[in-house]
Design a protein around this ligand. Structure first.
Ligand SMILES: Cc1ncc(COP(=O)(O)O)c(C=O)c1O
Length: 352
């Protein structure tokens, strides 16, 4: 028999990343992976329908020029300050490969996006993790880790909390390594940190069209940073990383930005209603600036039973059985108004 393949030791040690469950039946109310409950702009489907055979036959535009031009106008920054990724996940991956080698320190606060840990493992780099306090404020210790790279998701997942812009500006000024501000959920918040890119060469802001633009399936994220940083990231990304139909979709979505803003406003209104209703039921709910809420379930039922009870009733939320700090918590994505009515009815019935 052939010898089993010998993986590099740091790959063999890895446990890998477990993505959220993706049931394909249309009946499940899916509130577990922070997708948008509303469809993307009708312009997206119209332009995809208008695509020709050439979109499939030919390689895509390696520079995703149409997307970058639109972002440049939207944010009033030169096109040289943008690179487009196959979801912001690809860009997180590219950034880690650019800046963190074996043994290097990479810092972030926990609990947070679990993918950072996998990326650090892939590089055989070393994670420096600092626990968030109960209010999920940006820990001051992040400025003193000496890491080559620091990740700050704002709003953070799973807490939904946004970091203060003063604290982020202070951190950007204090650290010498790269600061990645992961703004996957920023369109549901009141402000973002994009302005820091204008003042700090070590800041990379990452955003995505997965959440607010309802395009998670098309996989489009982008980075905003100083032109020299973007040029370096560009060398590492896959050359044809954004397929032609995704480019068509992203351009159309950016051409109809009001559609995104209207949906984000609806989601924010539903988030506030859900937060208040859960608090009235005795849940602790952290103030969210994202399209989901983190809540500690009311006494009388444990989070695991609430999770399975909801699941049995066709509602999928996120439960964290492996994280001691979140054991009594659930993360619930914001659905439509009627999803939210159903969710609240089922939670109330499970509590009685
Ligand atoms: C904090 C955070 N960053 C990045 C991502 C990745 O988003 P995408 O790859 O869909 O752009 C997610 C997805 O859930 C996230 O929660």
């Amino acid at each position: 028999m052939a010898r089993p393949p010998s993986f590099l030791p740091h790959i063999a040690r890895m446990t890998g990343y477990l993505p959220g469950e993706q049931p394909r039946d249309a009946r499940t109310i899916k509130l577990n992976t922070n997708e948008n409950p509303y469809p993307a702009s009708p312009l997206v489907m119209a332009r995809i329908r208008g695509a020709t055979g050439d979109h499939l036959r030919r390689y895509p535009d390696a520079g995703a020029t149409g997307i970058r031009r639109r972002l440049s106008t939207l944010f009033d920054l030169p096109v040289e300050q943008f690179v487009i990724g196959n979801g912001s996940d690809e860009l997180l991956n590219v950034a880690v490969r650019c800046f963190a080698g074996p043994g290097d320190l990479v810092a972030y606060a926990t609990p947070s996006y679990p993918y950072y840990a996998k990326l650090i493992d892939l590089q055989a780099a070393r994670a420096v993790t600092i626990e968030f306090d109960d209010a999920f404020r940006l820990p001051a210790e992040l400025a003193r880790t000496g890491a080559v790279m620091t990740f700050v998701p704002s709003p953070n997942s799973p807490s939904g909390t946004a970091m203060s812009s003063t604290a982020l500006a202070e951190l950007a000024g204090k650290i010498s390594g790269i600061l990645v501000i992961d703004e996957a959920y920023v369109d549901f918040a009141t402000e973002g940190a994009l302005d820091l890119v204008r003042r700090h060469d070590n800041v990379i802001v990452m955003r995505t069209l997965s959440k607010s633009f309802s395009l998670a399936g098309m996989r489009i994220g982008f980075c905003v940073a100083a032109p020299e940083v973007i040029a370096g990231l560009w060398k590492v990304k896959e050359h044809y990383n954004i397929n032609s139909l995704s480019q068509v979709a992203a351009e159309a979505a950016l051409d109809d930005i009001d559609w995104m803003r209207t949906n984000a406003a609806r989601i924010i209104a539903t988030r506030e209603r859900l937060t208040e209703a859960l608090r009235l039921l005795g849940f602790r709910v952290w103030d969210s600036a994202a399209n989901f809420v983190l809540c500690r379930v009311a006494s009388g039922i444990d989070a695991g039973s609430m999770y399975s009870g909801l699941r049995d009733r066709g509602i999928l939320v996120r439960y964290f059985p492996d994280n001691p700090r979140l054991l009594d918590c659930l993360r619930i994505s914001i659905g439509t108004e009627s999803d939210t009515d159903r969710l609240l009815d089922e939670i109330s019935s499970l509590l009685t």
